[in-house]
Design a protein around this ligand. Structure first.
Ligand SMILES: *[C@@H]1O[C@H](CO)[C@@H](O)[C@H](O)[C@H]1NC(C)=O
Ligand SMILES: *[C@@H]1O[C@H](CO)[C@@H](O)[C@H](O)[C@H]1NC(C)=O
Ligand SMILES: *[C@@H]1O[C@H](CO)[C@@H](O)[C@H](O)[C@H]1NC(C)=O
Ligand SMILES: *[C@@H]1O[C@H](CO)[C@@H](O)[C@H](O)[C@H]1NC(C)=O
Ligand SMILES: *[C@@H]1O[C@H](CO)[C@@H](O)[C@H](O)[C@H]1NC(C)=O
Length: 304
């Protein structure tokens, strides 16, 4: 990860879809979806010049919404960037930051015991005051000890993992990273939640898609305004995709992962239309930092 920090760019892009140009029918409490990619590069989308044009849904979203090609993240590393997004505070203030030496909470593998301070005010905590229900789907990365987990920091629901899906680890030395459904640990990466390091096959993006759509449907039925923080990690090394996408892109395994994420974004936008809430929902799409060379040669061809 420390290697990654010097190889990633904090310059990124952001797309906002749908509602901005439309009149909101419920201006008091629009739904909010933030789709945060993991190590996805600025140049990975067709709309930003990627020549194989394998992101039709995101390109359409950019065409219909607003594109911010010079949107900066607060830090070129997962944890500080995510902490800044959720707190609105600079890494050096929110307690997650990088240094030239060992990073302070810059990421949270098993050995790191720190996490988000209870003094920080996170987006879901602010929105809760306005009656919002919040869910995080995917990677948290603001501390893996019980007091730092999402449900202790404003989120009502969570499906995903506290850390990166690095591994598999030798369990006699350190356990694999756990996957949670709310406060219940369902299993671990490479065990109950398979990622095949040889083929790159994993169903995690599909699970994250289904969890996101299920949440949107339930809140819409209950007529509650919602905040969905959708943070899949398929483009973070080791990159993965499900079978229908493996080998389908012109950009190796990495491109397959991008394709599946693009498909998932399209599917979520489609559900907003089906549920009739497309004009009451802000959808933001961005990445925690730029492309990581660690997702490199054996993972795909994206940086050649
Ligand atoms: C807008 O949403 C709020 C919060 O759920 C709700 O109280 C209000 O009745 C809604 N207004 C309209 C016009 O739907
Ligand atoms: C795990 O580590 C132990 C202790 O170093 C070693 O004996 C064992 O063979 C390792 N298992 C695997 C699957 O690498
Ligand atoms: C997650 O937990 C909720 C209840 O908290 C349950 O309704 C749901 O089925 C669970 N999902 C999975 C995938 O286990
Ligand atoms: C993904 O799910 C399919 C069934 O939908 C299953 O056949 C396949 O083994 C799963 N792959 C992994 C890596 O878990
Ligand atoms: C959303 O706005 C568009 C453009 O004004 C309109 O065509 C569409 O019917 C609206 N959808 C709903 C569910 O109100």
């Amino acid at each position: 990860m420390r290697v990654m920090s010097s190889l990633t760019l904090s310059l990124f892009f952001s797309i906002i879809c749908c509602s901005l140009t439309e009149k909101l029918s419920n201006t008091s409490s629009p739904n909010i979806i933030i789709m945060l990619m993991d190590d996805m590069g600025w140049g990975d989308l067709g709309v930003l010049g990627q020549p194989s044009k394998e992101t039709p849904n995101l390109d359409a979203m950019a065409a219909q919404g607003m594109l911010f090609p010079n949107f900066y993240t607060a830090n070129p590393l997962c944890s500080p960037s995510r902490a800044a997004l959720l707190t609105g505070r600079l890494p050096v203030r929110n307690g997650f930051y990088t240094t030239n030496g060992h990073a302070r909470n810059a990421y949270t593998p098993q050995e790191i015991v720190g996490g988000i301070s209870k003094d920080e005010m996170l987006l879901p905590q602010i929105m809760k005051k306005k009656g919002y229900v919040s869910k995080i789907v995917g990677k948290w990365h603001l501390g893996h000890r019980p007091q730092y987990l999402p449900l202790k920091n404003g989120f009502d629901e969570w499906f995903g993992a506290p850390d990166c899906h690095f591994g598999p680890y030798n369990s006699s030395i350190r356990p694999n990273i756990p996957v949670y459904n709310n406060s219940e640990m369902l299993g671990r990466y490479y065990e109950e939640f398979k990622i095949d390091r040889k083929t790159g096959e994993s169903n995690l993006t599909r699970m994250y898609l289904l969890e996101g759509v299920d949440f949107i449907r339930r809140q819409t039925e209950a007529q509650r305004p919602f905040f969905l923080y959708w943070a899949p990690d398929a483009t973070h090394a080791p990159v993965y995709a499900s079978k229908p996408f493996l080998g389908k892109s012109q950009r190796g395994r990495y491109g397959d992962a991008v394709m599946e994420l693009d498909y998932s974004v399209g599917h979520i936008l489609l559900w907003l239309k089906r549920l009739g809430i497309e004009n009451d929902t802000f959808v933001f799409f961005t990445s925690d930092n730029g492309a990581a060379l660690m997702s490199g040669p054996n993972e795909g061809k994206h940086y050649k």
